[in-house]
Design a protein around this ligand. Sequence first.
Ligand code: BG6
Length: 495
Amino acid sequence: TVPSAVQLILFGAAGDLAHRKLIPALYDLHREGHLPDEVDVVGVDLQEMDPAAFVEFSCDAADSLGRFFPRDADADNWAAFSERLSYVQGDATEPETYARLGEHLEKVGPKGERPHRVFYLSVAPFLVESIVKNLAEAGLLDDVERDRFVVEKPFGRDAESARQLDRVLLGTADEGQVYRIDHYLGKETVQNLLAFRFANALFEPVWDARYVDHVQITVSETVGVEHRGGYYEGAGAMRDMVQNHLLQLLCLVAMEPPVAFKADEVRNKKVDVLRAVRPVTRERVHEVAVRGQYGEGFLRGERVPGYREEPKVAKRSATETYAALKLEVDNWRWHGVPFYLRTGKRMPRRVSEISVQFRPVPHRAFPSGADEAFQPNRLVLRIQPDEGIVLRFQAKRPGPQMLLQPVAMRFDYDEAFDTPPDAYETLLLDAIRGDATLFMRADQVEAAWQVVDPVLEAWAESPPAEFPNYAAGTWGPAAADRLLARDGRSWSEPL
Ligand code: BG6
């Protein structure tokens, strides 16, 4: 249940994530009636902004990126909500900021009842430790039941630094107060993977190495690095996307059925998958991992610059904007089934999908020539856009001859349901309610780093010779095709 009084404190309130996602999500939650009447949204940032400017900034965010339109149709509702907004300017590394913040929260909060407080750390990673320590020292994390904070990724840069960060966080707060966010887990279609697998009797019996040939997970984006060069240069596709979003998808596809939908039970089953991933040895990195960086190219008919020409990016940058990885899950269910993961910026299309490729039938009884177009069954779980599920199977082509042709059966989210809430709405509401099921536990984060660390280390040691190695607007470097060709397979064209 939602507590009757809540204060949401956004660190980095003047930043990109607050504007694009957090503020629109909060307003939409309010409009849907999910937030209590006693709610305060307090922005904290280094930037000078008077309270009216913060209201204007928030109105702009909600209007352009939310589901309601505060400037126009929704002006009255917005007026009521905007009274709950306030702003505290301050340096997040200065204890004095927290003394002021504490007083401010007392002042704007409800009298009598102690509100629940969610501190959202939408800040550069180097600030996280300092903010949490300062919050604790100011007594703002004292109430283990009511005070919690949300940490954005990247959570460390490798297993060692993630452990180190955890030592600091758990030295000052309780694990139950730490919400490590991976916004992919809040996407409706990602959550639907669990419903699809574990609420239907039909698919689970064929969900293993006996029937599945291999699995492909694609998260392609058309955007480039935009104005995030400063962050991205130190991250790259492996840290920015694979370590978190793609490995989460892998966990959901490959996990065993949970006994109950309880936070720890689901998370235990996911960690089991990561632990079963066969460690990539340094000698094998070049066989199982491919990196790429986009050069200039054309996207939808327009010329777009190469990564090295983007703002705040080094002229000889070795940062990868594309990564592909072949993983194997060493357990009973998945023995010998490769999982191919790929993600990249400046690809021809924005698509996130999981494609489960089944084995061919054991014996083809049809007359010769009938099955020239034969393609094994494929199940595609489409996460975005055009959310849905597609099953490819063979049909007989109408006519006098027995000729087979692959056809598709489709389920479309849009047709069946209303527009789903944004992932950030779901996750913010969970954080408010204190439900951590869709957040990451420390051991999950660490296990995910252990999967990618050997690759990152090998890549750091031998900078790429031929970057950029794919043109913007293409599906990545040729080496990524060879990764599958070596196994006699190819990337499937996203549906
Ligand atoms: C973020 C990454 O976590 O996910 C970005 O930092 C990426 O680089 C984004 O663009 C993609 O999210 P979505 O929801 O648009 O698929």
